[in-house]
Design a protein around this ligand. Sequence first.
Ligand SMILES: NC(=O)N[C@@H](CC(=O)O)C(=O)O
Length: 431
Amino acid sequence: MSSYLIRGVRVLGREWTDLLLRDGVVAETGPGLDPSGAQVIEADGLVALPGLVDLHTHLREPGREDAETVETGSRAAALGGYTAVCAMANTSPVADTAGVVEQVWRLGREAGLVDVQPIGAVTVGLAGERLAELGAMAASAAAVRIFSDDGFCVADPRLMRRALEYVKAFDGIIAQHAEEPRLTEGAQMHEGEVSTRLGLTGWPAVAEEAIIARDVLLAEHVGSRVHVCHLSTAGSVDIVRQAKARGVRVTAEVTPHHLLLTDELAASYDPVFKVNPPLRTAADVTALRAALAEGVIDIVATDHAPHAVEDKECEWAYARPGMVGLETALSVVLSTGALHRDGEPDWDLIAERMSRAPARIAGLAAHGHDPAPGAPANLTLVDPAARRVVDPGELASRSRNTPYAGTELPGRIVATFLHGRPTVLDGKAVK
Ligand SMILES: NC(=O)N[C@@H](CC(=O)O)C(=O)O
């Protein structure tokens, strides 16, 4: 295996150093390392971060390979600075058996662009009626430990309780898509002033908050772990804050789009802004940014949700919810300033919320390590000074449903290394 010398990089934005990657690990660090035998990468002006980890990615394979495949989604992830992604279970067939999660896991290994960790469904067919084979998925080669019916809520409280109890045996997690279905029937966007003005049926904040409140109580009652997917309201932040203060084992994620965009965008009737949960108000955005900085929200997760053109470029009411996000996540987070300190990106905090904490929650032992001697060489190099205008045609994802088309965003991923091998160099995918 070849070795790489990354010359003059600022690890987490700190002092300049060289990094020698060899045999899949960071072999040496320090200024002026001997480059002989290594491929040299000049990293003047670049910041090294532990490879980003996404706890919430839709890869669409099996079943909707026209929208994304494990390979195209993995490439998009690598270009976004990711070295590991957790693949959601709402595929076709649903990832509710050991066979399907092993298939996704194997496809991830074959693509070899990021580590793909499958998430298993909580209920058979995501139907919310009976538990899937959680133990068999956990014991499979894919070693599943996060289970989610994402796309749907595990709405039945008794089933949710049983799922939480079941995964406790192997320290698993139930990741909940918090949406009380009776409160969101026919919903098209956030319920509020804008939905009233547009005459669209609303998805009220309380539909999310009621489920989170219930689930933190259930997790507390059975002593198990619950993770809140794509938390989107100020009220949800308050509930999670209180639960954490009581010692409940709850973690939460926020998406880049909920940190930047608001429900006012629905007034365009452009379905690219239709997403689940819906874009909320400016006050929610402010609360989410503060909660992420504070740590009440543990991580940023993309909820990368690729959709084929016919599912997205149609009337608002018929469009599928979801946005692609892997290739823009870090830039969007940088643009919000949510993880800045004194007007500059706080790279240590960014590493925590986008790499270390998601790796810890998902139990991905090879990820989330700062580049230091002996650490697995899973890392990404960012040019913080670069700016780029998002061009949907240039995305590696098979789908184009980005809400940032034509938007100028800060920061650029220059290189990504997975187990010591480059997956991205000079901002381009290596394979
Ligand atoms: N987040 C989304 O808007 N879409 C998700 C599923 C979902 O949560 O509805 C998808 O799979 O497309």
